[in-house]
Design a protein around this ligand. Structure first.
Ligand SMILES: NC(=O)c1ccc[n+]([C@@H]2O[C@H](COP(=O)([O-])OP(=O)(O)OC[C@H]3O[C@@H](n4cnc5c(N)ncnc54)[C@H](OP(=O)(O)O)[C@@H]3O)[C@@H](O)[C@H]2O)c1
Length: 333
């Protein structure tokens, strides 16, 4: 008989938290009890799980008593504060924030790639960044065949990746501009996002590299156990609501023909190949939004590098980029 688990979701009212609750339900995760946690701001509000209303509670020292699995999606500082409390109460924390990802004592897991790393946890398992997950799901099967040497990733990231307030910001700005008005104050980005592109995700370091760009470098290396892997690129916020696109150029030790890469990816876990560009078949954010897979298309020989392929990778940042990957880790446990 399957063992039932008591589950807490911290950040239950946010974009990722809501998607985690939906994913637990859709995948029929064996939940005996679900506790929905957030800040005092939304304590008392209701969420629905398996047809039953659950009241959201403000997270407290008591929240994790008798909880087996705690799914966190409430930001880095909240994670730093509450993950040790949850672990102290006996729960295993699966954390969506960046707080613990590069901690050597914390496994960073994509179940299609390094599920065994989860077994070495000391109470906390980190879920990688959304844009990293979709890139490595597509790269890993190709690496196993031809040996990855260098990868360049340019991202086209939806506003859902910034959270619920960013979705409102894009909607409000687009409505105002289409009505011929000024964009309203109170948006979450440093510039207008509607009908614009922001080459700015996270703070910049002294060399002009953004936090999101460093996540791509460091998390890819950790997940695939390739500490010397060369990674470069740019991360860009685009004015779409949900689902990220990525232009990925990968150079390998050995030659890898595009047709062979397509065959490998067609058989890869979690990947759907959509690649018939002459007939206008390639993945787009509207293809991936609300879906589980990492969609790959435009697989072709790179025109500038030896032994290199370029491809276009699309995946829903709230599903495989966050909630689904976290629930898959819970399934591993
Ligand atoms: N969005 C994505 O695609 C994505 C992907 C991967 C990882 N992540 C990470 O997941 C986390 C949540 O992202 P999101 O997009 O779901 O954000 P969001 O929509 O803004 O939701 C934030 C959630 O965190 C809760 N929260 C905030 N401060 C809190 C506090 N001090 N104590 C308790 N709860 C608190 C909020 O509760 P209230 O309702 O009470 O404010 C809300 O439930 C972030 O760490 C983010 O980096 C997001």
């Amino acid at each position: 008989m399957e063992r039932l688990r008591s589950v807490a979701v911290l950040g239950a009212t946010g974009l990722v938290g809501r998607e985690m609750i939906k994913t637990l339900e859709e995948r029929d995760y064996p939940v005996s009890k679900l506790r929905a946690l957030a800040s005092p701001r939304s304590a008392g509000s209701k969420i629905v799980f398996r047809g039953t209303e659950i009241t959201v509670e403000a997270v407290s020292e008591e929240s994790f008593k008798n909880i087996d699995i705690a799914l966190f999606s409430a930001g880095g500082s909240t994670s730093k504060k509450w993950a040790p409390v949850a672990v102290g109460s006996g729960a295993v924390v699966i954390d969506n924030s960046s707080a613990w990802r590069m901690d050597p004592d914390v496994p960073l897991v994509v179940p299609e790639i390094n599920p065994w790393d989860a077994t070495g946890h000391k109470g906390i398992i980190a879920n990688p960044n959304c844009s990293t997950i979709q890139a490595v799901v597509a790269l890993w099967p190709l690496h196993k065949e031809a040996g990855l040497r260098y990868v360049n990733i340019c991202t086209y990231q939806s506003v859902a990746g910034t959270g619920i307030k960013a979705v409102e910001t894009l909607k409000n700005e687009a409505e105002a501009l289409l009505a011929g008005k000024e964009i309203p104050d109170g948006g979450v980005y440093p510039h207008q996002i509607a009908f614009n592109l922001l080459p700015h995700i996270g703070a910049f370091d002294e060399e002009g590299i953004s936090e999101e760009e460093w996540k791509m470098v460091n998390e890819s290396r950790k997940i695939m156990h390739l500490p010397e892997l060369k990674v470069s690129g740019i991360t860009v916020r685009v004015p779409i609501f949900r689902c990220h696109g990525e232009s990925v150029t990968a150079q390998f030790e050995n030659e890898l023909a595009p047709e062979k890469a397509k065959e490998i990816l067609r058989n890869a876990a979690g990947v759907v190949v959509m690649d018939d560009p002459k007939n206008e078949v390639y993945p787009m954010p509207i293809t991936g939004a609300g879906k589980d897979a990492v969609y790959v298309g435009r697989i072709r020989k790179d025109t500038g590098l030896n032994n290199a392929l370029s491809m276009w990778v699309v995946s829903d940042n709230l599903r495989k980029g966050a909630a689904l990957n976290a629930v898959q880790i819970a399934e591993l446990l």
